[in-house]
Structures are given as C-alpha cells and as structure tokens.
Design a protein around this ligand. Structure first.
Ligand code: HEC
Ligand code: HEC
Length: 215
C-alpha cells in the first residue's frame, strides 16, 4: 500500500516537473517574441522613412540643424585642427590634448584621464561621457569653419561621414555624444533648441532629400 502511494507521488512529481519546465519554456518563448517584436517595430519605423523630395522644406530644416551643429556644445568636438575646443567662445582646449589616431588623445593626455563617464560637478570641470573623444584622424568630421552648404554636402558623403547610410544617419540623432550636448555640465549654455526640435529638423532634412543650402 505504502509503496503504491510512493509510486503515485513519484509519477505525479514527474508530471509536475514536466508542467513546470514547459511553463518556463513558454515564458521564455513569449519573452523572446516580445523582444523581437520591439526590435521589428524600431526597424519598421526607420525603414518607413520614405524620402519625399522637397528642396524648400529640406533647406529650411537644415538651417535649423546647422545652428545646432555650429553651437559650441557640438563644434567644440568637431574642430578644424587636431585640438578640441572649449567654452562658449570655442577657444583651443587648455594644455592642448591632441586628437591622436582614434580621437582619444595621446600618451598621458588621454581624454578619459580627465573626462569621466559622467559630468564632474562644479564649474570649469570636464564634462563626462563613457565615450568622450574626437572623431578619428582618418575621418575628422570637421564642423568648424564650414558653411551650411559645405557641411550639408559633407554629412551626406559616405567618404567623409564614416560610411553612414540613411539608417545610420537617422540613428545618429540619438547618439550618446549628441545627447551629451543637452547635458553639458554646470555653467555651459545649451544648444539653441531642444533635442526634440533638433531631431525633428534632422529627420525632416533627411526625409525631404537632404538638400544643401546654396551658401
Ligand atoms: C588634463 C585634463 C584634460 C584632458 C586630458 C582632456 N580634457 Fe577636455 N576638458 C578638460 C576640462 C577641465 C574641461 C572644462 C574646461 C572649462 O569648462 O573651463 C574640458 C572641456 C572640454 C571640452 C569642452 C566641452 C564643451 O561643451 O564646451 C571638450 C570638447 C573637450 N574637453 C574635449 C576633450 C577631448 C576630445 C580630449 C582628448 C583628446 C580632452 N578633452 C582631454 C580637461 C581635459
Ligand atoms: C565629446 C565629443 C563630441 C561632442 C560633444 C559631439 N560630438 Fe558629434 N561626433 C563625435 C565623434 C567622435 C563622432 C564620430 C563617431 C561616429 O561617427 O559615430 C561624431 C560624429 C557626429 C556626426 C556624424 C557626422 C557625419 O559626418 O555623419 C554628427 C552629425 C554629429 N557628431 C553631431 C553632433 C551634434 C549635433 C553634437 C552636439 C549636440 C555633437 N555631435 C557633439 C564627437 C562629439
């Protein structure tokens, strides 16, 4: 008698275990499909950015984009030379840290020695980001001194923009270093419009044919 009960329990345990394992697997599968769905959604939204050419709207949008690109929060990392710029007047960085091959500085003057993963509290302290660096030596992405015409052409040229296609250009609006411009640390002015407005102008410029202003 006792042994049949034991047998029953053992048998049921096997069933319970099976149900348990299946339950976990079901959860995993639904989680995975959830994750891939959100992935798909993001892709659909970028893939559905249909280019509808409109040179007037495009040029107007780029003029807004240009105002942000040329603001000190952006231009200071997109200098014409190999030394980053500082301050709202975009003067040469004190102690002249050099770009280096990868844009991360050289020898004892690596950007990350002073620029921490987050902003250092206080005035005149280094702004922070885990990836704080200049564009690399073979792809300098200069903004300083470029006219709106020149910069629009340059941004769309794969040889000068790091081989970015439309999708990558769209995504760049939310790049960590771009977002850093709107969290610049104490005592620094913000770019001339909100990040949302900038992103809208950037997308409008691209989706209307990425026309360059005449000048
Ligand atoms: C020796 C320390 C040090 C090193 C090395 C250094 N920086 Fe800085 N950086 C600073 C400090 C301090 C400030 C803030 C200066 C101020 O606000 O007066 C600053 C500010 C800046 C700014 C201005 C930010 C803005 O919004 O105006 C940029 C851009 C910058 N650094 C880029 C770099 C890059 C790129 C490198 C590496 C190639 C680098 N720095 C290396 C200390 C350093
Ligand atoms: C700490 C330095 C730094 C700051 C500050 C910075 N950038 Fe950049 N930017 C980079 C680097 C490095 C790259 C190249 C990396 C890449 O392409 O992913 C880059 C690339 C770009 C590109 C792509 C260029 C091209 O030719 O396609 C754009 C657009 C851009 N930045 C816009 C901005 C804007 C807008 C701001 C200000 C809101 C800004 N950046 C601030 C370092 C910076």
């Amino acid at each position: 008698m006792k042994s049949t009960i034991n047998q029953l329990i053992t048998k049921h345990w096997a069933v319970f275990r099976l149900i348990g394992v299946m339950g976990i697997m079901l959860c995993l599968v639904s989680l995975m499909s959830l994750a891939s769905n959100t992935g798909n959604k993001a892709e659909v939204s970028t893939a559905t950015l249909v280019v509808k050419k409109d040179s007037v709207a495009s040029v107007a949008a780029f003029k807004k984009v240009y105002r942000v690109l040329m603001s000190p929060r952006c231009m200071n990392c997109h200098p014409a030379g190999d030394v980053p710029l500082q301050g709202d007047d975009s003067h040469l960085h004190t102690m002249s840290p050099q770009r280096g091959l990868e844009g991360k500085g050289v020898y004892a003057m690596k950007c990350s020695n002073c620029h921490q993963p987050t902003n250092t509290p206080g005035k005149n302290t280094p702004p922070g980001n885990p990836n704080w660096h200049l564009p690399p030596a073979n792809m300098k992405m200069v903004f300083e001194g470029r006219t709106a015409h020149q910069l629009a052409k340059q941004l769309m040229d794969p040889k000068q923009n790091g081989n970015k296609d439309m999708k990558k250009l769209i995504e760049h609006a939310d790049d960590g270093l771009v977002l850093a411009g709107w969290n610049p640390g104490e005592g620094r002015t913000l770019p001339p419009m909100s990040h949302a407005e900038f992103k809208k102008a950037w997308l409008t410029w691209l989706s209307t044919g990425a026309y360059a202003p005449k000048k």
